[in-house]
Design a protein around this ligand. Structure first.
Ligand code: KG4
Ligand code: ZN
Length: 371
């Protein structure tokens, strides 16, 4: 059996302070020895969204105890891990600095390698942690800050097939929830309200549906929800449920159309005779029940194998960071202790960076297989 790696992961890029110890070997699945998430949701709720200064301070307050709890739960000491992986972007820079500095301090103190993890890559590789899915696969990344369809060819090898031209999908859920007087974070609130509503009462547009390519747009939908609410006047409880249901159904219709387009692109580039395509979902919105059921139906219809990580691995967590670190460690892709925190860090830029690592000789699909 191949030797396994054990990696400590740290995540602080938004409003969760998280640490986790994961063991395994690519392509996975891996074992979660611990997965601690301290959420700051309550601190941000009065403001209807994440306040960066509050987030950074809250990360500092609980970071040490969250890491200690992750090691204690895993019954492991720093000496027994193989590397420390910390999110170093993209995200709210104050929070990213807290987690990355903690990771650097631990790596230095324990004499272990550091892996500066891209948060989006962590989401992108989660389906390997949970389901051991092989490359290449199509990724639907749907979170509070991102909405992308990506061909994942290997670690560091991402090709964006479509992305949002305005709001991220989670942002659309959160803003619609706020408009309907529902608390932050809006995604789960909309999902619960929609379950009690009639999606046909309010007609809403489906921006981008039928367009060439696989890009998304949600700002027009958000505006239409606002307009419907204004036209309806005072919204009673049932009207809120109905509007939530109409919004969620419109989102699902958009996702269905865009994912179908991306599946076609993916098949053209990577399709092999007699082999199913593979699709995975990641990011907080991938915890949405109706979206998960839609993807199941679509995968069946389009002859794609589907891997949906469990909900708690879709929303922000450190197990996915530990796993992304583990995948990089297995390829010799470790980082210097002066790795910089980044507010912006697009997935596709990781491809260019691969060549800057000194010992990346065993990279499986270098250069990619796409035309
Ligand atoms: O991946 P994530 O935890 O953080 C980011 O990296 O952004 O995603 C958070 C987003 C929020 O916008 C939240 O409202 C949304 O995911 N979300 C959901 C659900 N659970 C979380 N959206 C729809 N349905 C859900 N059940
Ligand atoms: Zn995220």
């Amino acid at each position: 059996m191949t030797a396994q790696f054990t990696v400590l992961g740290i995540e602080t890029s938004c409003d969760e302070t998280a640490a986790s110890v994961v063991r395994g070997y690519p392509p996975g699945p891996g074992t979660l020895l611990s997965n601690i998430v301290a959420t700051q949701m309550e601190a941000h709720r009065p403001f209807g969204g994440v306040v960066p200064e509050i987030a950074a301070r809250a990360h500092i307050e609980v970071m040490d105890s969250v890491i200690a709890e992750a090691l204690a739960t895993a019954k492991i000491s720093l000496n027994d891990i193989d590397a420390v992986a910390a999110t170093s972007g993209p995200g709210l820079i104050g929070g990213v600095m807290v987690g990355l500095l903690s990771g650097k301090a631990l790596a230095l103190a324990a004499g272990k390698p550091l892996i500066a993890v891209n948060h989006l890559e962590a989401h992108a590789l989660t389906a390997r942690l949970s389901g051991g899915v092989a490359f290449p696969y199509l990724l639907l990344l749907v979170s509070g800050g991102h909405c992308q369809l990506v061909a994942v060819e290997g670690v560091g090898l991402y090709r964006v097939l479509g992305s949002t031209i305005d709001d991220a999908i989670g942002e659309a859920f959160d803003k619609t929830a706020k408009l309907l007087g529902l608390p932050y974070p809006g995604g789960p609130e909309i999902e619960a309200a929609a379950a009690k509503g009639d999606p046909k009462r309010f007609p809403l547009p489906r921006p981008m549906v039928g367009r060439e390519g696989a890009d998304f747009s949600f700002s027009g939908l958000k505006t239409a929800v606002r307009q419907s609410a204004i036209t309806a006047g005072e919204l009673d409880t049932q009207a809120r449920y109905d509007l939530a249901a109409a919004f969620q159904l419109a989102v699902l219709d958009i996702v269905e159309d865009r994912v179908t387009a991306a599946m076609q692109q993916f098949r053209t580039k990577f399709g092999r005779p007699n082999e199913k395509g593979r699709i995975v979902a990641a990011g907080g919105v991938a915890a949405n029940g109706p979206l998960r059921r839609l993807l199941e139906r679509m995968a069946e219809r389009e002859n794609f194998g589907l891997v949906l990580p469990p909900g708690p691995l879709c929303t922000d967590n450190a197990a996915m960071v530990a796993w992304a670190g583990l995948e990089r460690l297995a390829l010799g892709l470790t980082d210097p202790l002066n790795a910089a925190p980044k507010a912006r860090w697009p997935l596709e830029s990781l491809r260019e960076n691969l060549d800057s690592y000194p010992n990346n000789g065993n990279r499986p699909v270098a250069g990619g297989t796409a035309s």
